[in-house]
Design a protein around this ligand. Structure first.
Ligand code: HPA
Length: 236
């Protein structure tokens, strides 16, 4: 069995899949955090792995960048590989003054400038929200590790290079914590299919303060997010 974009066999994925955008980050998580690791797909170099974390099966699969790409992989995982929970583990740009580089943002819901949810929901406004059980598990896990993550709304844009010069100010005013490129599509898809999804992001840059993390800072702070989410994933 395989799907157009995934060459794994039936049963190759755990019921919970962590999804970084970067396939090499999927490889990094598999090699550094999981035991008994098996590469389950490499179509288009979009790597996916299954292993165990503290004895429990967990998968990690690259999603690529943007809503169209994550929807392709998430649709095939949910519909053909029996996956129930997808937790995006990504990066984001902060929009509020009280959020700093390296902070972990958990997206309770996502706004977007994409039309995908309008298409799937016949032009109505879909409340693109995370699954409360996944959200709760990740918040509990963070607190057990002594961390205080930011829980808020994020904005999923189709434009990394924005065409709207006033967008950052508008998003800040409407209390969006951060901007990224995938969560709203993932949440809309999970609603459509009756599955569960959550997006967790580490702040890699600050749009108001014009700050970016160094590669070393990325490595360290992404580690915090991986541990929080993996500890949560095995409670699901
Ligand atoms: N815009 C969109 N996506 C992002 C950003 C950003 O500034 N930073 C990290 N992901």
């Amino acid at each position: 069995m395989s799907t157009p974009h995934i060459s794994a066999s039936a049963g190759d994925y755990a019921k919970t899949v962590l999804m970084p955008g970067d396939p090499l980050r999927a490889k990094f998580v598999a090699e550094n955090y999981l035991d008994n690791v098996k590469e389950v797909t490499n179509v288009r170099s979009m790597l996916g792995y299954t292993g165990t974390y503290k004895g429990h099966p967990v998968s990690v699969q690259g999603s690529g960048m943007g809503i169209p790409s994550i929807q392709i992989y998430a649709t095939e995982l949910y519909n053909h590989y029996g996956v129930e929970n997808i937790i995006r583990i990504g990066s984001c740009g902060a929009l509020q003054d009280d959020i700093a580089l390296g902070d972990v943002v958990i997206a309770i819901g996502a706004g977007t400038d994409s039309m995908v949810n309008r298409h799937r929901f016949k032009g109505y406004d879909l409340a693109a929200t995370s699954d409360y059980g996944l959200l709760r598990a990740v918040v509990d896990s963070a607190e057990k590790l002594g961390k205080t993550p930011r829980v808020g709304t994020i904005f999923s844009t189709d434009f990394f290079y924005s065409v709207d010069t006033e967008q950052v100010a508008l998003l800040e005013k409407y209390q969006f914590a951060a901007i990224e490129m995938e969560a709203a599509g993932l949440y809309g898809l999970a609603a459509e299919l009756g599955k569960k999804a959550l997006a967790v992001c580490t702040v890699s840059d600050h749009l108001k303060k014009n700050q970016q993390m160094t590669p070393e800072e990325r490595q360290l702070s992404f580690d915090e997010m991986f541990t929080i989410v993996l500890d949560a994933a095995i409670t699901l």
